[in-house]
Design a protein around this ligand. Structure first.
Ligand code: 2BA
Length: 94
């Protein structure tokens, strides 16, 4: 089993969650803040099977976009979604 930790820019999060729900993919939504920009983003925890990872990545990718933004004099590229996939030993539901 895998856990996807998906950091989603707030402007996309409602569409992402709706799409995941429509595809019967369970998520937990946590409010989070980017350490660099110090602006709000949302972290989704998605417990899933390995075979579903590509499908979920695709669904999230369809609803998010990479953007260039001005930060002072610099231009930075902010991902609409940053995904980390980690191994999960077990999911126990009591
Ligand atoms: P933030 O930390 O607010 O970062 C927003 C954007 O600022 C980043 O976009 C990146 O383009 C830039 N940035 C971040 N740290 C930087 C640094 N030390 N020097 C120069 N530019 C920097 P993304 O990389 O797409 O990240 C979007 C959000 O995803 C991040 O918000 C953070 O909340 C999360 N994130 C990204 N990579 C992460 C990682 N390795 N570990 C934990 N969270 C991460």
């Amino acid at each position: 089993m895998k856990l996807i930790i998906a950091i989603i820019q707030d402007e996309y999060v409602n569409k992402v969650i709706r799409t995941l729900m429509d595809n019967k993919i369970r998520t937990t939504r946590l409010s989070s803040t980017g350490g660099f920009l110090k602006s709000g983003n949302t972290t989704l925890l998605i417990g899933t099977e390995e075979e579903e990872i590509d499908h979920i990545t695709e669904l999230i990718g369809e609803q998010t976009k990479i953007k260039k933004i001005k930060e002072g004099k610099e231009e930075i590229i902010v991902g609409g979604a940053n995904l980390f996939v980690v191994d999960i030993h077990d999911h126990i539901r009591l």
